[in-house]
Ligand binder design. Structure first.
Ligand SMILES: O=C(O)C1=C[C@@H](OP(=O)(O)O)[C@@H](O)[C@H](O)C1
Ligand SMILES: C=C(OP(=O)(O)O)C(=O)O
Length: 464
């Protein structure tokens, strides 16, 4: 934990979940000459949520190592316990005794999913396909995020919902175990919506199909197969997308899962090393699933010195150790069709672009407005506060780098958004003046230990 937040026990939980209601934690990053050393990427957040969920939907004991112990994942664990899963932890080993597909029980209280969109969207697919009513809420950020994108397909399958205006949480889900299978074309590229429908399809007779016009992260499909479900995939004609079909009522069998390191979290140390000349950093165990690795492709195009060492597989996902040496970056154009493969990495890419020589143009960014904050606005405000020239459009961001260190000296508003906090702290490692963020406490949602890890590499980030 970064500090400053109070551990509370939710009524249905045996895990402490950190309260989002305590005082903000102001942090400041000071410029440093270089970063050096070796670190290990924390467990992948997307894979961690899914490992717990599939463990809960399987019969027998699933054993998970490398699980991310971030607040978001702890919210998923607490919700699954409320549904009847037996989840325990001994040091790095988590054990899940599942209730089986369709075997969850009615939660006796509201499920509080904190800051976590992935928990809310994926769990709604599980809850909607059970014959009881459940209630979900979250923090001020999550209560602003769009849920209509899951309400719509799940309603077509037979569930009913009550929400606040515009499909916002809190949400009441009136589920059914008589869901009808659908074929659904995603209106936005979203792995969360895809996964929600596939999870609902598990407790649905027949075949449920999702068509995604642009391929998004495929951790759900990989894990469905790993647990023994039948999943078919075919390319969508003429596009970059896929047609994914899951066959309902499989008997999922408990498995062992090793969670690979998170490329979205590793991104902060990677970019920090790239923007400080003479840096030499090794980040071990980074997931490089091609549907997650768009940032790394982009950084290499910008001239970053990154080598992918010791390529291997961990938990059915490709992994490598990333060796990064600092050096000059050049501006590039990042095409819109790359966005799904690096959707969470635009804030940190904007930081890299601020140190590059020339202009970096990022396209196809509409979905950034639906994250923990409106990330296009948050990034633009942070760049403005630190003297970085840029232009923001409805779906695009252009950053003008000069190759020299930006001024810095700004105070950045994080709006309960962990990635905004971490990205601008990285900016402050290379600016002329320190950079502060008004609230670093959301960092614990995805990367507890961020500050310790970065400072271990030579960064200077502290409470302000
Ligand atoms: O499926 C997932 O685990 C995620 C999918 C993405 O969201 P969308 O599906 O809304 O793009 C991503 O931004 C989020 O951090 C995790
Ligand atoms: C968008 C994110 O997560 P979620 O949607 O799970 O809140 C993220 O981690 O950047």
């Amino acid at each position: 934990m970064v500090g400053g937040r109070r551990a509370v026990f939710l009524p249905f939980s045996r895990e402490p979940v950190l309260s989002a209601s305590t005082a903000p934690l102001k942090l400041i990053a000071h410029p440093v000459a270089r970063l050096t050393g070796k670190v290990r990427a924390p467990g992948d957040k997307s894979v961690s949520h899914r490992a717990l969920m599939f463990g809960a939907l399987a019969m027998g004991e699933t054993v998970i190592t490398g699980l991310l112990q971030g607040e978001d994942v702890l919210c998923t664990a607490a919700a699954l316990r409320a549904l009847g899963a037996d989840i325990s932890r001994e040091q790095d080993v988590w054990r899940v005794r599942g209730f089986g597909v369709g075997g969850g029980r009615e939660p006796d209280d509201v499920l509080d999913l904190g800051n976590s969109g992935t928990s809310a969207r994926l769990l709604s697919g599980i809850l909607a396909s059970h014959p009881f009513t459940s209630f979900m809420t979250g923090d001020a950020s999550l209560r602003r995020r769009p849920m209509q994108r899951v309400i719509e397909p799940l309603s077509r399958m037979g569930a009913r919902f009550q929400s606040r205006e515009g499909g916002r949480m809190p949400l009441a889900i009136v589920g059914t175990d008589e869901m009808v299978p659908i074929e659904y074309r995603l209106p936005v590229a979203s792995a969360q919506v895809k996964s929600c429908i596939l999870l609902a399809g598990l407790n649905t007779a027949g075949e449920t199909t999702v068509i995604e016009p642009q391929a998004t992260r495929d951790h759900t499909e990989r894990m469905l197969r790993h647990f023994g479900a039948e999943v078919r995939e075919a390319p969508v004609e003429g596009g970059h997308g896929k047609r994914i079909t899951v066959v309902g009522w499989p008997e999922l069998k408990a498995r062992k899962i090793a969670v690979p390191g998170d490329p979205s979290s590793a991104a902060f140390a990677v970019v920090a090393a790239c923007i400080r000349p003479d840096s030499d950093v090794l980040i071990e165990n980074v997931g490089i699933n091609p549907l997650r690795a768009g940032l790394y492709t982009t950084l290499v195009e910008m001239g970053a010195d990154i080598t992918f060492e010791n390529r291997r597989e961990v938990g059915g996902e490709p992994v490598a150790d990333l060796h990064v040496r600092g050096g000059g970056l050049t501006g590039v154009e990042v095409p819109a069709d790359r966005a799904p493969t690096m959707i969470d990495e635009y804030p940190i890419l904007a930081v890299a672009a601020a140190f590059a020589e020339g202009t970096t143009r990022m396209l196809g960014l509409a979905e950034l407005r639906a994250k923990e904050s409106d990330r296009l606005s948050s990034v633009a405000a942070g760049l403005a506060a630190n003297g970085v020239q840029h232009e923001v459009g409805a779906e695009s961001l252009t950053v003008h780098g000069t190759g020299a260190s930006p001024a810095g000296g700004g105070l950045v508003k994080t709006h309960l958004d962990h990635r905004i906090a971490m990205s601008f702290l990285v900016l402050g490692l290379g600016t002329r003046e320190p950079v502060a963020v008004d609230d670093g406490s959301p960092i614990d949602t995805s990367f507890p230990g961020f500050m310790t890890q970065m400072n271990g590499l030579g960064a200077k980030i502290e409470a302000a």
